[in-house]
Design a protein around this ligand. Structure first.
Ligand SMILES: [Zn+2]
Length: 271
């Protein structure tokens, strides 16, 4: 089915990251299931006082190791599922991955066509113009900004790894507010992310659902679009989900075990 698909896409979720040692937020063993959901107004609080928001972010980055979750994120490596999906892209089977994960692991595995609908932890983003930078790259820009500034008010300056940074730093392109690329609670998902997912879902005639309960919207809307347009669903999950009854193929188990044989089979078909 995958090999015959004209344009297959995937919706990927926390289940893939779990196989790289990252705890999920929701569900069994979830961080939020255990500790409660974080405050729902994170974005509003940040936008009300971006300088304090930046101080908190910089302090968290500077803290040795950080909390348990940050440590597992920092130590995580792409696993067999990420590598299989990268190979499917290389084979021309998988055209796009819509990832709900923030861990950068699809890109690190070598996938190119990926939309991280909830953002990427290694990047920052301007809320006005949508420009994105890798953290370290942006901090260098922010430090240069600060070194040219004549404002010596210490409440506007923070230290990061020995460099002075203006807080909040301005977007070098539009002077807008820059924040972590990770979509916060209460923050609208950036329009360009949604548009890219929508475009891909409209093109698709097959959607893999990998390691996700596919219950969080708007992410769950994209396999729905594929299904409504007459496309097929391939469900690769440890558990049942709302798409299981509509799936043309169901693979039950960890994606890291199930996807590599699928890749092998397609390679055989194509050789
Ligand atoms: Zn900007």
């Amino acid at each position: 089915m995958l090999s015959d698909a004209r344009y297959a896409i995937a919706l990927a979720g926390a289940g893939i990251s779990v196989e790289s040692g990252i705890r999920p937020f929701r569900g069994k063993g979830g961080l939020w299931t255990e500790k409660g959901e974080p405050p729902m107004d994170g974005y509003l609080r940040f936008m009300r006082d971006p300088a304090s928001g930046w101080r908190e972010m910089l302090a968290r980055r500077a803290a040795p190791g950080g909390d348990e979750f940050s440590k597992s994120l920092a130590a995580a490596e792409p696993n067999a599922a990420h590598r299989a999906m990268e190979r499917l892209e290389e084979l021309g089977v998988l055209r796009h991955v819509i990832s709900q994960n923030i861990d950068d692991l699809h890109f690190r595995a070598g996938s190119v066509s990926v939309t991280e609908i909830h953002g990427n932890r290694t990047k920052v983003r301007c809320v006005e113009c949508g420009a994105r930078w890798v953290w370290d790259e942006f901090l260098a820009l922010a430090a240069a900004q600060e070194s040219h500034s004549t404002d010596r008010d210490p409440t506007n300056i923070a230290e990061m790894g020995g460099v002075m940074v203006r807080v909040p730093p301005e977007c070098p392109q539009c002077a807008g507010i820059v924040k972590s690329d990770v979509v916060m609670f209460g923050e609208p998902i950036p329009q360009e992310f949604l548009e890219s997912c929508q475009r891909e879902a409209e093109l698709a005639d097959c959607c893999l659902i990998v390691g996700t309960s596919a219950t969080v919207y708007p992410a769950a809307a994209f396999p729905e679009m594929v299904l409504r347009a007459g496309g097929t669903i391939v469900d690769v999950n440890t558990d049942e989900n709302p798409f299981t009854p509509y799936a043309s193929a169901v693979l039950r188990g960890p994606a890291g075990e199930l996807l590599p044989p699928v890749v092998k089979a397609i390679e055989r078909l194509r050789s």
